[in-house]
Design a protein. Structure first.
Length: 250
């Protein structure tokens, strides 16, 4: 927890950030980063069940959690390199993505290729993940749907996820926009010992400021990343989580 607090402090000390792209709780969204832009990401999913004796464990916050630290860098406009590390199974990921935006159609897309490596039963495992993210322009200026399609090479599974951002501009101090977000990852190809019994869902609040995205969510799982969330969850217990994105431009 001390390391997380230090990272959050460092993210808040920089002053050369500008307003940037949309983002979601867990889903990928097509990038809008310009050349030489860098985004730091912190995601934390607490292990404590939110609805199980919440006052005994301070709403699950004192039981530890799954943490992901990531960075994305735009080599040129919309072409990114990314790296991340998740504490669960000590998973490392490195990848690249390219986003396409057009003024002729009200939709953006992004393709992604990622290599990942993690530990399971004291054995090193690795493979690739391929993903496609589609997002429309805001409908009536409020509703922004997003869809993710992906293939997990390790589990040999296709998956998908859906999300909807319902937000509005709100100039209040440093706040620029406030959104309510819902996400849903149905299990497409169920298989015992690989996929969970339940589809993953999450609901949350996102606050955008000048260079930050702050997100608080409740969900029925503590895994991180579309590849794992597409596999579902073992229970429908509710967990708390948060995410912070910080933009820097050089």
């Amino acid at each position: 927890m001390k390391n997380i607090l230090l990272i959050l402090l460092l993210l808040g000390l920089s002053h050369n950030a500008l307003g940037f792209e949309t983002s979601s709780l867990n889903l990928r969204v097509p990038s809008a980063l310009e050349r030489n832009s860098l985004v730091f990401e912190v995601q934390h999913r607490f292990y404590g069940v939110l609805t199980e004796d919440p006052f005994d464990h301070f709403f699950g916050l004192d039981l530890g959690g799954n943490v992901n630290l990531g960075v994305r860098y735009a080599v040129v406009d919309f072409l990114e390199l990314n790296m991340s590390y998740t504490t669960l199974e000590k998973e490392y990921r490195i990848g690249a993505s390219y986003a396409y935006r057009s003024i002729q159609i009200p939709m953006q897309g992004q393709i992604e290729l990622q290599y990942f490596n993690f530990e399971r039963n004291n054995e090193a495992e690795d493979n690739i993940y391929c993903g496609l993210a589609l997002q429309t322009n805001p409908i009536v200026g409020i509703f922004t749907p997003v869809v993710n399609l992906g293939y997990d090479g390790y589990n040999e599974k296709f998956g998908l996820g859906f999300g909807l951002d319902a937000g509005f501009s709100w100039q209040f101090g440093p706040v620029e926009r406030v959104s309510m977000i819902g996400e849903y990852f149905p299990v497409v190809e169920s298989e015992e010992l690989i996929t969970g019994d339940n589809n993953y869902f999450a609901f949350g609040l996102k606050v955008d400021t000048y260079g930050h995205h702050f997100m608080l969510q409740v969900s029925n799982g503590w895994n991180i990343g579309p590849r794992r969330l597409m596999l579902g969850t073992p229970t429908d217990d509710i967990y708390l989580g948060f995410s912070i994105h910080r933009l820097l431009r050089f």
